[in-house]
Design a protein around this ligand. Sequence first.
Ligand SMILES: NC(=O)c1ccc[n+]([C@@H]2O[C@H](COP(=O)([O-])OP(=O)(O)OC[C@H]3O[C@@H](n4cnc5c(N)ncnc54)[C@H](OP(=O)(O)O)[C@@H]3O)[C@@H](O)[C@H]2O)c1
Length: 432
Amino acid sequence: MERSKILMQLESFISFIDYYLFTISMDFAGGDIVRELENSSIIVTGAAGFLAKIFIEKLLRVQPKVKKIYLLLRAPDNKSGIQRFNSEIVSNDLFRVLKEKYGPTFNTLIAQKVTVVLGEISYENIGIKDTNLLEEMWGEVDVVVNLAATTNFDERYDVSLGINTMGAMHVLNFAKRCARIKLLLHVSTAYVSGETEGVILETPYHMGETLNETPGLDVENEKKIIDEKLQELDDENATEKDVTLAMKDLGIQRARKFGWPNTYVFTKAMGEMLLGSSKGNFPLVIVRPTIITSTYKEPFPGWIEGFRTIDSFAAGYAKGKLTFILGDPNTIIDLIPGDMVVNAMMAAIVTHINQPNDEEGMTIYHVGSSGSNPILYSSIQDYDQRHFAKHPWIDAKGKPVKVGKITVLKTMDRFRSYMAIRYLLPLKVLLH
Ligand SMILES: NC(=O)c1ccc[n+]([C@@H]2O[C@H](COP(=O)([O-])OP(=O)(O)OC[C@H]3O[C@@H](n4cnc5c(N)ncnc54)[C@H](OP(=O)(O)O)[C@@H]3O)[C@@H](O)[C@H]2O)c1
C-alpha cells in the first residue's frame, strides 16, 4: 500500500485515540497569549522535524506579526536548503489551514517572515557558515527554540553525544551571543528520568548525577572514551559497518552503566546537565514532553508524520502482524498530542521572556498527560480493536485486514512459554 494511504489510516486512528484521551486542550488560537511575540525574531533549530513543523505552522498562524523566523536545517547548499523547506515544510499537509487562511498572500507572508539557515548544531556557531547571516542573527534574535536532536534510541554514541549533548551546548553559546536575547527554550524529553516510577519532579539534573548513583559521569570523560574507542577501531582497520556497530554498543553500554535505558535519553540528560552548568544567569527554559502523538485539534486533528512511537504499535496491529504484546495492561502510558506540546512551548516562551533571570535555577516543564488524563496500556488495545474492526486496514491487494484480540503476556515467564509453544516447538518440528 502506498505510504500516504498508510499514513491516512494511521492519522484517523491516532485522532480516535486522542479523542478518548484528551477532553481538554490549551487552545489559544485566538492569539492573545502570543501578543508578546509581535515584532520578535525567533530561530528554530531542527526545523524540518515533526514537532518543529507544528511549532512553525502555529506561530505563523497565530502571530503573523512576528518579525522574523529563522529556520535552521541541514542541507549541503542554499538551493537544497530552500528545496527542503519547500518540499518538507510548507508543502506538508499540515500547512493547508494556514494556506487557506492567507490565500494568495501566503507566499508573501513566507517570503517576508521566513529565512532558511543552513546549519548543524553539532558544531560551534551551530554550524552556520554564512557569516553575514550569523552577524544578522546575533543582532536580531530574541528567542531561540532548540528542537534539533537525534531521536534514535540506539544511535551511534559519537553522533548522539555530538547532537543531543554538545549540540545543546552549541545552541546555548549561539544564544549567548545574541544581543537582544530574551530566552532559550530547549526541548528535552520526560525520559531523561529513565525508568523512574511515581511522580517525577521538574528539577534539573546536575553534572555528574546518575540514575543509579554510579559515580564518575562526566561529559569530557565520555568524549575521551569515544575518541579512544574510535582510535582503537581505526588501528584495527575496522570497516564503517563495524565502527557503527561498536559506537552503537558503546552508547547503550555507557547509558546502562549510569542507569539510563538507551543512548537517546542518556545523551539528552547530559545535554540538560551541560546547559544547567553553563547557563549562569542566562534565561533558559527546558520543556520535557512525554510520548508525542498526532495533533489533537490544531491546525486539524490527527496530523502525524511517519511511524514514530505508539503508531508503530497501531500499524502492526492493524496489518495483522502484531498478535501478542508483553506488558502489564494496567501500566499507564503517557501520550501527549503535538499541538498541546507546542501550546505549552509557546505559553512557556511568553511567560518567561519578560521575567528576571535566576542565576541558580532554570525552569523545567513536564508536558504529559498521565497526571490529568491517564491512559492504560489495556485501553490502547481496546481502542485499536474497536477502531480497526470498524475501519479495517486495506492491504496491498485492496482487501480489508481482519483483526482480533491481542494476547497480553504479563510476565517474562509467560512470554518465554508463549514463544516456546507458538514458535520454537513448531520450528524444531519443521527442521527435523
Ligand atoms: N517525538 C516525540 O515523541 C518526542 C518526545 C519527547 C521529546 N521529544 C523531543 O522533541 C524534539 C523534536 O523531536 P521530533 O520528534 O520533532 O524529532 P525529529 O522529527 O526527528 O526532528 C529532529 C530534527 O532535528 C534535526 N537535526 C538532527 N541533528 C541535527 C543537527 N546536528 N543539526 C541540526 N539539526 C539536526 C533533524 O534534521 P534532519 O531532518 O536533517 O534529519 C530533524 O529535522 C527533540 O528534542 C526530541 O528529543 C520528542
